[in-house]
Design a protein around this ligand. Structure first.
Ligand code: NIG
Ligand code: FE
Length: 416
């Protein structure tokens, strides 16, 4: 059978092949000059130098894209978003500019709780329309897989609705959606002062209904949200029910949430701006299948925090690093993962190749999808980007621009 899609004349094909988190990224095997990628249906079936292209597989049935010497790379994997919500928090932007902190705004009943009020009163149709619009925007940035957290319902009915909306949005357009349950985002007003009771309620009444719907269970471990001990108990219970674990931790304080979650085998620990290097080194020694640190460099920027996770030191200590926007209405209203990638270089010390790995293969690891997506290899899903630059070094350089020219998802070229 002939190729259904051929991308030829790739000036630099960034394969990310053989990528295991944090393996030193030697340019030799990572970047193929003057190369092609061939797909059959949704799958990549051949990759190599143009000189070795088997022309007999290229027939009138084959759609041919000529990359004309440009960079071709895997579709972006966005491994941490709060995709489904209503309203926005533009009114809090002013308060922040005047010096109020994220946790002060939350403690005054705003912040996450303000989005909870807007989300609880929104209809399912409205939430779905919002999610679809955001997914379309992500796709235009070249994002081909999006992790989507719930967490703006904080009651059974709304939380289940948010997971349902994310799943339905995934079915209605080409970007793949992976659901995470973040009912443990903050304590809802109904349980004020009783965090443990709220978590017990989630375990008893909500988690059992999410089997087959949500892949991951996440919790916000922070002052003003949930303690390390409450988080540990909750995550253990979620794990016993069969969910994979994630945690928001060390965002604003070093409480030990990352180390706790990693000790339970969490797939990722997210934020890590305040994670100390001893704990990072311990996490880094976890070996194969280890926990990934998901770094979110647009969040300290938007919260005016100016303390960024020391990604360079994490990598040097063997802790694998993925990069994400954390798209949400409070701490990062941006879907520009390319900007996050640049900021990871500028503020966290990553090299351009490490940052590219952070939004592809390492982000796939952070979703346990590393065998299906995140690199251009035979057998993987044909999620591929043709960029408008001739050299990967221009990717972090054109700050805030979108370098995407073509987006291919599952072997299908998406409309602009
Ligand atoms: O990842 N920190 C906790 N949760 C989100 C922000 C949610 C919000 O402010 O609405 C985050 O930053
Ligand atoms: Fe988040």
């Amino acid at each position: 059978m002939s190729y259904s899609l051929l991308i030829r004349n790739c000036g630099q094909l960034l394969t990310l092949a053989g990528g295991r988190p944090n393996r030193p990224l030697a340019t030799g095997w990572l970047i193929l000059p003057d190369a092609y990628v061939a797909c059959r249906g949704p799958e990549i079936v051949a990759v190599g130098p143009m000189a070795e292209l088997d022309e007999s597989q290229v027939t009138t049935e084959t759609q041919v894209l000529d990359a004309r010497g440009r960079v071709v790379m895997p579709g972006l994997v966005e491994c941490h978003t709060h995709l489904v919500f209503a309203g926005n928090r533009a009114h809090e932007f002013q308060r922040k500019l005047q010096g109020e902190s994220y946790l002060d705004i939350l403690a005054s009943g705003g912040g996450i709780l303000s989005t909870v009020r807007a989300t609880r009163t929104a209809s399912e149709t409205e939430l779905l329309a919002n999610a679809l619009r955001h997914l379309r925007d992500f796709r235009r940035y070249g994002v081909t897989t999006v992790e989507a957290k719930s967490g703006y319902g904080l009651d059974k009915e709304t939380e289940l609705r948010l997971v349902r909306v994310a799943q339905e949005a995934g079915r209605q357009q080409p970007v793949r959606v992976v659901s995470t349950f973040l009912g443990a985002h903050v304590v809802p007003p109904e349980y004020k002062g009783r965090p443990a009771d709220y978590l017990d309620f989630l375990v008893r009444e909500v988690l059992p209904e999410l089997r087959g719907q949500a892949t991951f269970v996440d919790i916000f471990c922070e002052e003003g949200a949930f303690s390390v001990e409450d988080s540990r108990r909750y995550l253990q219970q979620a794990q016993a029910l069969g969910f994979w674990l994630k945690i928001h931790a060390e965002q604003l304080h070093d409480l030990g949430g990352c180390a706790m979650a990693a000790s339970l085998g969490a797939v990722s620990v997210d934020h890590c701006d305040y994670l100390n290097l001893e704990d990072a080194a311990r996490l880094g020694n976890g070996g194969e299948g280890q926990t990934i640190a998901v770094l979110l460099p647009l969040v300290p920027l938007f919260l005016r925090q100016e303390k960024y996770a020391p990604g360079r030191q994490f990598i040097d200590r063997g802790l694998p690093v993925a990069i994400s926007t954390d798209f949400n209405p409070g701490s990062c209203p941006s879907k520009n993962l390319w900007l996050a990638l640049s900021m990871a270089c500028l503020k966290m010390g990553l090299t351009p190749l490490e940052a590219i790995a952070g939004v592809t293969i390492n982000a796939a690891w952070a979703l346990r999808l590393e065998s299906e997506i995140g690199s251009i290899e035979v057998g993987k899903r044909a999620d591929i980007l043709v960029l408008d630059v001739p050299d990967y070094q221009e990717i972090p350089y054109w700050l805030g621009e979108n370098p995407v020219r073509e987006v291919i998802i599952g072997g299908v070229v998406c409309p602009a």
